[in-house]
Design a protein around this ligand. Sequence first.
Ligand SMILES: [Zn+2]
Ligand SMILES: [Zn+2]
Length: 319
Amino acid sequence: MQTGLTRILMVVACSGVLAAGCAGDNRPSGKPETMKRGAANDNKVILFVIDGPRHTEAFDDPAHTHVPRMWDDLRMQGAVVPQFFNNGRTLTNPGHAAIITGTWQDIANDGSERPTKPTLFEYYRKAYAVAPEETYVVSGKGKLDVCSYSTHPDFGAPFGATESVGFEDDQAVFDELTAILRKNKPRLVLACFPTVDRTGHGRDYGGYLAAISQVDSLLHQLWLFLQDDPFYADQTYLIVTNDHGRHDEKNGGFANHGCACDGCRRIMFMALGPEIKAAYTASDDYDQRDICNTVAEILELSVLHSEGRVIEEIFKAAP
Ligand SMILES: [Zn+2]
Ligand SMILES: [Zn+2]
Protein backbone atom coordinates (compact mmCIF):
# COMPACT_ATOMS: atom_id res chain seq x y z
CA MET A 1 0.00 0.00 0.00
CA GLN A 2 1.09 3.52 -0.68
CA THR A 3 1.61 5.01 2.76
CA GLY A 4 0.06 8.25 3.93
CA LEU A 5 3.53 9.75 4.15
CA THR A 6 4.31 8.86 0.54
CA ARG A 7 1.08 10.50 -0.60
CA ILE A 8 1.88 13.67 1.33
CA LEU A 9 5.38 13.83 -0.15
CA MET A 10 3.98 13.42 -3.66
CA VAL A 11 1.59 16.34 -3.10
CA VAL A 12 4.46 18.49 -1.88
CA ALA A 13 6.52 17.59 -4.95
CA CYS A 14 3.68 18.58 -7.32
CA SER A 15 3.09 21.88 -5.49
CA GLY A 16 6.76 22.69 -6.00
CA VAL A 17 6.37 22.36 -9.75
CA LEU A 18 3.33 24.66 -9.73
CA ALA A 19 5.09 27.27 -7.61
CA ALA A 20 7.95 27.30 -10.12
CA GLY A 21 5.44 28.54 -12.70
CA CYS A 22 4.36 25.57 -14.82
CA ALA A 23 1.73 25.98 -17.54
CA GLY A 24 -1.09 24.76 -15.28
CA ASP A 25 -0.84 27.74 -12.97
CA ASN A 26 -3.48 30.22 -14.14
CA ARG A 27 -3.92 32.18 -10.93
CA PRO A 28 -3.68 35.89 -11.74
CA SER A 29 -1.49 36.93 -8.85
CA GLY A 30 0.72 33.88 -8.97
CA LYS A 31 0.32 33.59 -5.20
CA PRO A 32 -0.79 30.27 -3.75
CA GLU A 33 -4.45 30.12 -2.73
CA THR A 34 -5.14 29.90 0.98
CA MET A 35 -5.16 26.22 1.75
CA LYS A 36 -8.62 24.99 2.69
CA ARG A 37 -8.30 23.16 5.96
CA GLY A 38 -10.10 19.93 6.71
CA ALA A 39 -9.47 16.20 6.72
CA ALA A 40 -6.70 14.93 4.41
CA ASN A 41 -9.03 12.56 2.60
CA ASP A 42 -12.61 11.26 2.66
CA ASN A 43 -11.81 8.29 4.86
CA LYS A 44 -13.82 7.70 8.02
CA VAL A 45 -12.98 5.32 10.85
CA ILE A 46 -15.24 3.69 13.41
CA LEU A 47 -13.59 1.79 16.25
CA PHE A 48 -16.16 -0.72 17.48
CA VAL A 49 -15.04 -1.97 20.89
CA ILE A 50 -16.88 -4.92 22.42
CA ASP A 51 -16.10 -4.79 26.14
CA GLY A 52 -14.58 -8.01 27.43
CA PRO A 53 -15.62 -11.09 25.45
CA ARG A 54 -13.31 -14.06 25.85
CA HIS A 55 -11.74 -15.42 22.67
CA THR A 56 -12.98 -18.94 23.47
CA GLU A 57 -16.59 -17.74 23.12
CA ALA A 58 -15.79 -15.71 20.01
CA PHE A 59 -13.27 -16.40 17.22
CA ASP A 60 -11.63 -19.41 18.93
CA ASP A 61 -14.93 -21.27 19.26
CA PRO A 62 -14.66 -23.84 16.43
CA ALA A 63 -18.40 -23.54 15.72
CA HIS A 64 -18.45 -19.71 16.09
CA THR A 65 -21.89 -20.17 17.64
CA HIS A 66 -22.17 -16.66 19.08
CA VAL A 67 -20.40 -14.67 16.35
CA PRO A 68 -21.94 -15.92 13.09
CA ARG A 69 -22.20 -12.47 11.48
CA MET A 70 -18.60 -11.60 12.20
CA TRP A 71 -17.23 -14.99 11.25
CA ASP A 72 -19.37 -15.94 8.25
CA ASP A 73 -20.20 -12.55 6.71
CA LEU A 74 -17.93 -9.71 7.80
CA ARG A 75 -14.70 -11.74 7.99
CA MET A 76 -15.10 -12.65 4.31
CA GLN A 77 -15.19 -8.93 3.43
CA GLY A 78 -12.28 -7.92 5.64
CA ALA A 79 -9.16 -8.96 7.52
CA VAL A 80 -8.64 -10.60 10.91
CA VAL A 81 -5.58 -10.87 13.13
CA PRO A 82 -5.82 -14.16 15.06
CA GLN A 83 -2.91 -13.37 17.40
CA PHE A 84 -3.90 -9.98 18.80
CA PHE A 85 -3.28 -8.95 22.41
CA ASN A 86 -3.74 -6.51 25.23
CA ASN A 87 -0.22 -6.69 26.70
CA GLY A 88 -0.86 -3.87 29.17
CA ARG A 89 -3.40 -3.77 32.02
CA THR A 90 -6.39 -5.93 31.09
CA LEU A 91 -8.99 -3.54 32.50
CA THR A 92 -11.56 -1.36 30.73
CA ASN A 93 -10.09 2.14 30.91
CA PRO A 94 -6.43 1.13 30.41
CA GLY A 95 -7.49 -1.07 27.47
CA HIS A 96 -9.53 1.62 25.72
CA ALA A 97 -6.76 4.16 26.41
CA ALA A 98 -4.19 1.85 24.78
CA ILE A 99 -6.40 1.59 21.69
CA ILE A 100 -6.92 5.34 21.35
CA THR A 101 -3.33 6.45 22.22
CA GLY A 102 -1.11 3.62 20.94
CA THR A 103 0.63 3.41 24.31
CA TRP A 104 0.19 1.27 27.42
CA GLN A 105 -1.72 3.39 29.88
CA ASP A 106 -1.60 2.47 33.56
CA ILE A 107 -4.52 4.75 34.43
CA ALA A 108 -7.25 4.26 37.03
CA ASN A 109 -10.16 2.09 35.95
CA ASP A 110 -12.83 4.26 37.60
CA GLY A 111 -12.73 7.18 35.16
CA SER A 112 -10.76 9.48 37.46
CA GLU A 113 -7.69 9.66 35.17
CA ARG A 114 -7.31 10.59 31.53
CA PRO A 115 -4.65 9.10 29.24
CA THR A 116 -1.26 10.80 29.47
CA LYS A 117 -0.41 10.49 25.77
CA PRO A 118 -2.43 12.12 22.96
CA THR A 119 -5.51 10.35 21.63
CA LEU A 120 -6.23 9.83 17.94
CA PHE A 121 -8.89 12.53 18.26
CA GLU A 122 -6.31 15.09 19.34
CA TYR A 123 -3.81 14.19 16.60
CA TYR A 124 -6.61 14.39 14.04
CA ARG A 125 -8.17 17.64 15.18
CA LYS A 126 -4.80 19.35 15.64
CA ALA A 127 -3.50 18.28 12.22
CA TYR A 128 -6.56 19.15 10.18
CA ALA A 129 -8.73 21.53 12.21
CA VAL A 130 -11.54 18.98 12.15
CA ALA A 131 -14.64 20.29 13.96
CA PRO A 132 -15.52 18.92 17.42
CA GLU A 133 -18.67 17.15 16.21
CA GLU A 134 -16.65 15.31 13.55
CA THR A 135 -15.05 13.16 16.26
CA TYR A 136 -17.04 11.24 18.88
CA VAL A 137 -16.82 8.94 21.87
CA VAL A 138 -20.09 7.01 22.16
CA SER A 139 -20.00 4.71 25.17
CA GLY A 140 -22.32 2.69 27.37
CA LYS A 141 -19.97 3.12 30.34
CA GLY A 142 -19.85 6.74 31.47
CA LYS A 143 -16.27 6.39 32.77
CA LEU A 144 -14.95 6.06 29.20
CA ASP A 145 -15.50 9.78 28.66
CA VAL A 146 -11.80 10.05 29.61
CA CYS A 147 -10.94 8.71 26.14
CA SER A 148 -12.02 11.97 24.50
CA TYR A 149 -8.71 13.73 25.23
CA SER A 150 -5.46 13.35 27.15
CA THR A 151 -3.50 15.37 29.67
CA HIS A 152 -0.60 15.80 27.24
CA PRO A 153 0.56 19.47 27.36
CA ASP A 154 0.78 19.82 23.56
CA PHE A 155 -2.78 18.55 23.03
CA GLY A 156 -5.71 18.21 25.48
CA ALA A 157 -9.29 19.52 25.67
CA PRO A 158 -9.16 21.99 22.74
CA PHE A 159 -8.58 19.01 20.41
CA GLY A 160 -10.88 16.53 22.19
CA ALA A 161 -13.78 14.50 20.83
CA THR A 162 -17.45 15.16 21.53
CA GLU A 163 -18.78 12.80 24.21
CA SER A 164 -22.04 10.92 24.39
CA VAL A 165 -21.76 8.39 27.21
CA GLY A 166 -23.79 6.53 29.82
CA PHE A 167 -26.17 4.08 28.15
CA GLU A 168 -27.88 1.08 29.65
CA ASP A 169 -27.05 -1.58 27.10
CA ASP A 170 -25.62 -2.30 23.67
CA GLN A 171 -28.89 -1.62 21.85
CA ALA A 172 -29.01 1.86 23.40
CA VAL A 173 -25.39 2.51 22.36
CA PHE A 174 -26.19 1.34 18.84
CA ASP A 175 -29.27 3.58 18.63
CA GLU A 176 -27.26 6.60 19.81
CA LEU A 177 -24.36 5.80 17.48
CA THR A 178 -26.55 5.54 14.39
CA ALA A 179 -28.43 8.73 15.36
CA ILE A 180 -25.10 10.59 15.62
CA LEU A 181 -23.85 9.16 12.33
CA ARG A 182 -27.04 10.38 10.62
CA LYS A 183 -27.05 13.82 12.19
CA ASN A 184 -23.44 14.87 12.85
CA LYS A 185 -21.57 12.83 10.20
CA PRO A 186 -18.46 12.22 12.36
CA ARG A 187 -15.25 11.02 10.67
CA LEU A 188 -13.64 9.31 13.65
CA VAL A 189 -15.67 7.49 16.31
CA LEU A 190 -14.81 5.35 19.33
CA ALA A 191 -17.93 3.27 20.07
CA CYS A 192 -17.92 1.19 23.28
CA PHE A 193 -20.41 -1.64 23.84
CA PRO A 194 -20.71 -2.65 27.54
CA THR A 195 -23.21 -5.51 27.84
CA VAL A 196 -20.88 -8.51 27.36
CA ASP A 197 -18.71 -7.30 30.23
CA ARG A 198 -21.62 -6.41 32.52
CA THR A 199 -23.32 -9.80 32.12
CA GLY A 200 -19.94 -11.51 32.64
CA HIS A 201 -19.34 -9.71 35.93
CA GLY A 202 -22.90 -10.63 36.88
CA ARG A 203 -21.87 -14.32 36.57
CA ASP A 204 -24.74 -14.80 34.14
CA TYR A 205 -23.17 -17.17 31.62
CA GLY A 206 -26.33 -17.45 29.51
CA GLY A 207 -26.73 -13.67 29.48
CA TYR A 208 -23.04 -13.27 28.62
CA LEU A 209 -23.37 -15.57 25.60
CA ALA A 210 -26.59 -13.84 24.53
CA ALA A 211 -24.83 -10.47 24.74
CA ILE A 212 -22.06 -11.69 22.42
CA SER A 213 -24.71 -12.85 19.94
CA GLN A 214 -26.53 -9.54 20.16
CA VAL A 215 -23.48 -7.34 19.64
CA ASP A 216 -22.45 -9.58 16.73
CA SER A 217 -25.81 -8.75 15.15
CA LEU A 218 -25.50 -5.02 15.93
CA LEU A 219 -22.08 -4.92 14.29
CA HIS A 220 -23.51 -6.43 11.13
CA GLN A 221 -26.40 -3.96 11.18
CA LEU A 222 -23.90 -1.12 11.52
CA TRP A 223 -21.93 -2.30 8.48
CA LEU A 224 -25.14 -2.40 6.42
CA PHE A 225 -26.10 1.06 7.72
CA LEU A 226 -22.72 2.47 6.67
CA GLN A 227 -22.94 0.99 3.19
CA ASP A 228 -26.41 2.51 2.79
CA ASP A 229 -25.31 6.07 3.65
CA PRO A 230 -23.58 8.05 0.88
CA PHE A 231 -21.33 9.88 3.36
CA TYR A 232 -19.96 6.57 4.68
CA ALA A 233 -20.36 4.00 1.88
CA ASP A 234 -17.04 2.81 0.42
CA GLN A 235 -15.11 5.41 2.47
CA THR A 236 -15.40 3.96 5.95
CA TYR A 237 -13.08 1.67 7.87
CA LEU A 238 -14.72 -0.37 10.61
CA ILE A 239 -12.29 -1.81 13.14
CA VAL A 240 -13.60 -4.31 15.67
CA THR A 241 -11.64 -5.08 18.82
CA ASN A 242 -11.84 -5.48 22.60
CA ASP A 243 -10.40 -3.69 25.60
CA HIS A 244 -9.54 -7.03 27.25
CA GLY A 245 -10.70 -10.65 27.36
CA ARG A 246 -11.69 -12.60 30.51
CA HIS A 247 -9.90 -15.16 32.70
CA ASP A 248 -9.36 -18.53 31.13
CA GLU A 249 -10.66 -21.55 33.07
CA LYS A 250 -7.34 -22.08 34.91
CA ASN A 251 -7.35 -18.50 36.18
CA GLY A 252 -10.87 -17.98 37.50
CA GLY A 253 -13.18 -18.33 34.51
CA PHE A 254 -15.44 -15.98 32.59
CA ALA A 255 -16.83 -13.79 35.39
CA ASN A 256 -13.81 -11.53 35.85
CA HIS A 257 -10.63 -10.28 34.18
CA GLY A 258 -7.59 -8.16 34.90
CA CYS A 259 -4.58 -10.51 35.04
CA ALA A 260 -2.03 -11.52 32.41
CA CYS A 261 -3.54 -14.92 31.62
CA ASP A 262 -4.08 -15.85 28.00
CA GLY A 263 -7.85 -15.42 28.39
CA CYS A 264 -7.48 -11.83 29.58
CA ARG A 265 -4.83 -10.81 27.03
CA ARG A 266 -6.12 -12.43 23.86
CA ILE A 267 -8.59 -10.19 21.98
CA MET A 268 -10.21 -9.70 18.57
CA PHE A 269 -9.02 -7.64 15.67
CA MET A 270 -11.07 -7.37 12.50
CA ALA A 271 -10.97 -4.56 9.92
CA LEU A 272 -13.21 -3.76 6.98
CA GLY A 273 -12.88 -0.93 4.50
CA PRO A 274 -12.13 0.02 0.91
CA GLU A 275 -8.36 -0.62 1.08
CA ILE A 276 -8.57 -3.67 3.38
CA LYS A 277 -8.03 -7.10 1.87
CA ALA A 278 -11.06 -9.40 1.77
CA ALA A 279 -11.06 -12.78 3.53
CA TYR A 280 -7.54 -12.14 4.79
CA THR A 281 -6.01 -13.71 7.90
CA ALA A 282 -2.90 -11.98 9.18
CA SER A 283 0.19 -14.07 9.83
CA ASP A 284 2.04 -11.84 12.30
CA ASP A 285 1.24 -11.05 15.95
CA TYR A 286 0.07 -7.55 16.87
CA ASP A 287 -1.20 -5.73 19.94
CA GLN A 288 -3.65 -2.98 20.89
CA ARG A 289 -1.13 -0.19 20.33
CA ASP A 290 -1.02 -1.04 16.62
CA ILE A 291 -4.63 0.11 16.16
CA CYS A 292 -3.57 3.74 16.67
CA ASN A 293 -0.91 3.60 13.96
CA THR A 294 -3.19 1.72 11.57
CA VAL A 295 -5.94 4.34 11.97
CA ALA A 296 -3.28 7.04 11.53
CA GLU A 297 -2.30 5.43 8.22
CA ILE A 298 -5.93 5.56 7.05
CA LEU A 299 -6.47 9.20 8.11
CA GLU A 300 -2.94 10.35 7.10
CA LEU A 301 -1.86 11.35 10.57
CA SER A 302 1.47 11.52 12.27
CA VAL A 303 1.15 9.90 15.72
CA LEU A 304 4.49 10.88 17.22
CA HIS A 305 3.92 9.56 20.74
CA SER A 306 2.39 6.19 19.75
CA GLU A 307 4.44 3.03 20.30
CA GLY A 308 2.47 0.95 17.80
CA ARG A 309 3.11 -0.02 14.20
CA VAL A 310 0.88 -0.02 11.13
CA ILE A 311 -0.67 -3.43 10.41
CA GLU A 312 0.51 -3.15 6.82
CA GLU A 313 -0.33 -6.71 5.78
CA ILE A 314 -4.11 -6.14 5.94
CA PHE A 315 -4.05 -3.42 3.28
CA LYS A 316 -4.38 -4.10 -0.44
CA ALA A 317 -1.18 -3.63 -2.40
CA ALA A 318 -0.72 -0.34 -4.24
CA PRO A 319 -2.16 -0.54 -7.77
ZN1 LIG B 1 -13.84 -3.75 29.91
ZN1 LIG C 1 -6.97 -13.48 33.58
